[in-house]
Design a protein around this ligand. Structure first.
Ligand SMILES: Cc1cc2nc3c(=O)[nH]c(=O)nc-3n(C[C@H](O)[C@H](O)[C@H](O)COP(=O)(O)OP(=O)(O)OC[C@H]3O[C@@H](n4cnc5c(N)ncnc54)[C@H](O)[C@@H]3O)c2cc1C
Length: 400
């Protein structure tokens, strides 16, 4: 067994390689902090790759006409992403594929949903603009109501994870959190060393700070560190996927304070188009079987997307939990949340789009100047990028 007797001195060890951890690792590295990221499974394998990839500009937060602080925080972020995706700011994300450069927004025609639209216009940096019928997407051609353009970009989430990870291959370490990860604490309770084991290899890291960005995995890591493991809440979703000869559609159908459905479109590796369907449908579906949810989702989609023929489509579902800092009400926190306990920071972004804010918030809490050095760790297993849910689904159903 080769044992590394010399601990590697690091400024920050980030644990968890979804959007939060990867963006943070990149920001730390660019500012000259000595940092690495530890990933237990595949990069983005919690929520990030399974998400719909929409860079929300606050629309979903203002549908009830309440201009809440969450909407203000999120309103700044899409512009940062837009520059990065164009390769005009760091991190340079020009290799990330976009599913679309803008979404559509349409409503079911109720008076209540018109009020929601007015509130959204007041707060957003990205504003919905009503578009003439000639520009409506094919799937909405016979809709009775209005259609808006919403400048929310939609990421191909797996390509985003791959793009950001490619800049840091030698700072990404695959770990076994159950059998190959041990923390050492000093008398004050701070983490003084992290011991990694992988078969015959071992590695000791000596970080000044540890940041937990493991999404749902933060609970286990916090338990292992003897920190309060009840600090997090999970909010489950049951998402729907439809595959077939479908038109491209990305956007939200709103009904007052609800997003009735959110649809995003991707291309599967078998060449078929896949819609991922979230919004209220995926909340309603939590208590449903996949079969019941697919039937419910089909009815909902047919009610709000009038021009699509689903006769040849196949349907599937996946379950995934949103992981966030616990709130008294159990509702979504208003933005990025951090907990600092000694030299351990636990962070949840709440939304993909808030990852840049999370990185800024974490770095502002580090009581040290970076040495201006970078770290490369050779000879250690690297995590792969998680595949999207439609590549993993086994049971595709047909409906009459
Ligand atoms: C279905 C769904 C759709 C969504 N759609 C959108 C959207 O369109 N737009 C938007 O802005 N937000 C969306 N979100 C929210 C967004 O996806 C999340 O807020 C964000 O991805 C959370 O990122 P994260 O890095 O904190 O966690 P995660 O993406 O969950 O990443 C955590 C990482 O930590 C790893 N890990 C877990 N345990 C350990 C451990 N013990 N040790 C090391 N590593 C570990 C995991 O394998 C994973 O790679 C959606 C969420 C869901 C569930």
């Amino acid at each position: 067994m080769s044992v590394d007797q010399n601990p590697i001195a690091l400024d920050v060890v980030v644990i968890g390689g979804g959007v939060a951890g990867l963006w943070l690792l990149d920001a730390l590295h660019r500012q000259g902090y000595r940092c690495v990221l530890l990933e237990a499974h595949q990069l983005g394998s919690g929520q990030t790759v399974a998400s719909q990839g929409i860079l929300h500009g606050g629309m979903k937060y203002t549908l009830s006409n309440l201009i809440d602080p969450g909407a203000k925080a999120v309103a700044q972020m899409p512009l940062i992403w837009r520059d990065c995706l164009a390769g005009e700011a760091e991190p340079n994300l020009s290799q990330t594929r976009l599913r679309t450069d803008f979404c559509h927004l349409w409503r079911t025609g109720s008076a209540r949903s018109r009020f929601g639209m007015t509130g959204a216009r007041m707060v957003l940096r990205v504003k919905p603009t009503e578009i003439p019928k000639s520009d409506w997407p094919e799937a909405l051609r016979d809709l009775k109501g209005q259609v808006y353009n919403l400048p929310e970009q939609v990421l191909d989430t797996a390509s985003f994870v791959a793009d950001l990870a490619s800049k840091h291959q030698k700072r990404l370490l695959k770990i076994d959190p159950e059998n190959g990860l041990d923390f050492e604490r000093d008398q004050t309770g701070n983490v003084s060393a992290i011991k990694l084991t992988d078969g015959d290899h071992s590695l000791t890291l000596a970080p000044k700070h540890v940041v937990l960005t493991a999404g749902k995995g933060n609970a286990d890591l916090r338990a292992k560190l003897e920190l309060d493991d009840q600090a997090m809440q999970i909010r489950p979703l049951h998402m729907v996927m439809v595959k077939g000869n479908l038109p491209k559609l990305n956007g939200h159908c709103t009904d007052f304070s609800q997003t009735r459905v959110t649809i995003t479109t991707a291309m599967a590796s078998d060449g078929q188009t896949v819609w991922t369907v979230g919004g209220q449908v995926s909340e309603d579906g939590v208590k449903m079987s996949p079969e019941d949810l697919v039937r419910h989702a089909k009815n909902e989609i047919m009610a709000v997307v009038p021009n699509v023929d689903f006769s040849d489509a196949t349907w599937s579902t996946y379950r995934v939990d949103r992981a966030e800092r616990k709130t008294a009400s159990g509702r979504r926190p208003e933005g990025v949340t951090l907990m600092t306990e000694g030299n351990v920071i636990t962070a949840w972004p709440t939304k993909l789009v808030l990852a840049p804010q999370l990185a800024m918030d974490v770095i502002s809490k580090l009581d040290m100047q970076p040495a201006g050095e970078s770290v490369c760790i050779e000879d250690w297993p690297r995590p792969e990028v998680a595949p999207p849910p439609w590549e993993l689904a086994q049971n595709w159903m047909t409906l009459d």
